[in-house]
Design a protein around this ligand. Sequence first.
Ligand SMILES: *Cc1c(COP(=O)(O)O)cnc(C)c1O
Length: 486
Amino acid sequence: MQFFSTRDYSRKVTSSEAIAQGLSGEGGLFVPETFPQVDAQELCTLDYPTMAASILGQYLTDYDPAFLLRAAEKTYGPAFGGKPDVLAPVSDSLYALELWHGPTCAFKDYALQLMPKLLVEAKRNLGRTEKTLILVATSGDTGKAALDGYHDIPGVEIAVFYPTGGTSEIQRLQMATQEGENVAVYAVRGNFDDAQTGVKRVFADKEIAARLAERNIRLSSANSINWGRLVPQIVYYFAAYGQLVRGGKIHFGDEVDFCVPTGNFGDILAGYYAKRMGLPVGRLVCASNKNNVLTDFLETGTYTAKREFYKTSSPSMDILVSSNLERLLCHVTGSDAEVASLMRQLSEQGSYTVRPETLAAIQESFACGWASEEEVAAEIRARYEQNGYLCDTHTAVAFHVAARQQRAGVPMVVLSTASPFKFPRSVLAALGQEAPENDFEAMQALEQATGRTAPASLAALRQKAERFNTVIDPAEIAQVALSYQQ
Ligand SMILES: *Cc1c(COP(=O)(O)O)cnc(C)c1O
């Protein structure tokens, strides 16, 4: 299997190169040249690690299959509490696929626990000996999931930058207490955009790259533009479908719809790959919060990033430029020139409009909707009071949209992307309770109010020593990068 750039089909690489490199040189994203066709019925009978290895093997054809199986077994075992594929029934034909039983209690663990192993193996496959320096700008979940995945991985250093005051106290502590010899965490004065712009400047700076290259260090990123982050997410669509078949809820071949709380369009795009590989996925429902740029696009064909940015109670979906949409445009238009032109319009004018045929083709697979802050809170309360199901703010966005998009007779699976105990103040307030200022008191209050237990890794944060407390200006991110030695 070869991969090519969304903006230039003549740039072809192996899967190892796609994972080691991240972005293509001219700014495009790597996509597989075909959708491998699988025996979905048989795949659905496999246990999670075997299923994961089999799906990974379809794309990562220059990796040793025995390595992929070992890596999947190591990743999706005890670290996920033996529960990588919990499908909880919520109400008639409505299910929650709980993707937060991993070490950092958010779905990003599925990719970020596996990707470091894929990166090390990619470098080995390519005979490369450099040190990889991973820089991450984060508003919360990605930073911790990346730190946890990459800590003490040989040949890798990771530095994470988050905005001062821009994360929840729990998210800050998750990062500040991270263990490992190769990790560093910095608070950056300003908001998320300031941190992100600072990191992007370093990536774009040829002089920094040259000076690091002299020390045999190469920069890399851990965000979801890397193919290595997308491919592990295809697996749980198969796992959810397989459970519905085994549970006698559907026969193999029946359609199942999935509703996905969406930010950068990575998680939902993995569902599109599952569908194109032969899994009987019906519609993929793209759920947005008040930053509803994707709802507008999927309804009208016009993508406009030039709009007000809202800080919401579902911060991991507060995004105006959904990077992975570029991959969908590539698959639907089949034209590198067209995608390159749309992306140029986005960066120069802040918006673009696709052709009517393109929009129609997208709408064959994707539905959409969004939830206001009031609707998110009402949804958390309704699911709890009516179904006894406790969900976080991101998942609530999806439940709200799913209720409006559910088709008669078609099961709907909502991807539940974070533990409700990661956002205890918002969840408590939604349940109509007074929320204490302190996140840990809120966590305890949520336990008392609901009789559920907070994940041990979150509760334990309170006792853990903080290792990182450095605050820097965005301009200092370059100095941090240049301080690394071979
Ligand atoms: C990252 C994240 C999302 C959005 O996922 P994308 O792949 O960026 O669309 C949704 N929910 C939570 C909890 C997240 O951390």
